[in-house]
Write a protein of this length. Sequence first.
Length: 274
Amino acid sequence: MVVPGSVLRFNLSGMNPRYQEFAPSPRFAAHIECFWLHSSDDPVPCFRVMPDGCADIIFERPGGTRGRGLVAVGTMTQAQLFALRARQFTLGVRFHPGMASRFLRVAGPEIVDGFIALDDAWGAARARRLAEQLAESSSPREAIGRLEASLGEPPARDPVEEAIAWLVENRGQVPVEDLADSASLSPRQFRRICLERTGLTPKRLARVLRFRQALVHAGQERPADWARVALECGYYDQAHLINEFREFSGLAPGEFAASAHSTNLDSPALSLAG
């Protein structure tokens, strides 16, 4: 099954999962957050994936439970659980929030909380050629180079993408009116284009980004000072943080922290600053 976005692994005792991240080349740094690899010798019955505002392209070997080796994965509005098969290898490219749609050629709402086969977005010939190249790659760096080449020349970021990047840099703490103004748009126009690019409204995206930053704090502090985390991440108070945590993760903050600290395995949601 596909494994998008920032992942938090639970119930992994006795298993041997491996996760690595690789920085993109400088010319893609404005659009791509990272490339990532995940593999496991044993099945992983409960693989929790948290919303992070990002969209991914994912290559699986063998070709996923749906028989699709390459998929485009949309942004998420709540945590999802996946069961991973033994000896599954997954390579992904994680785009910065708002930066995927012009590469995928798919509107954000079409794949939010879901995914499509990449050949439905790019055409069968182009997607099949990339899948063959990735399957034949002898190293992660070779596979990443081929993935970057398949994306073509990255376009200059437009005003809406610049505004979304500003929101990301500030962990979701920029008023929508200011974002719209920076893109020379009305708030209604900016909302429409942000929804088209990300699958989320600006306010929803801001909430996801605040939640993502709260995950970072929760993973780094033992025990976490939830009142301080709430203040630093832009929540009204601790109760507001707890409600958002439950909505996006399905867990209370304390439950999340206990599960995250029960394993020594590195998690991208814990190692990334956003």
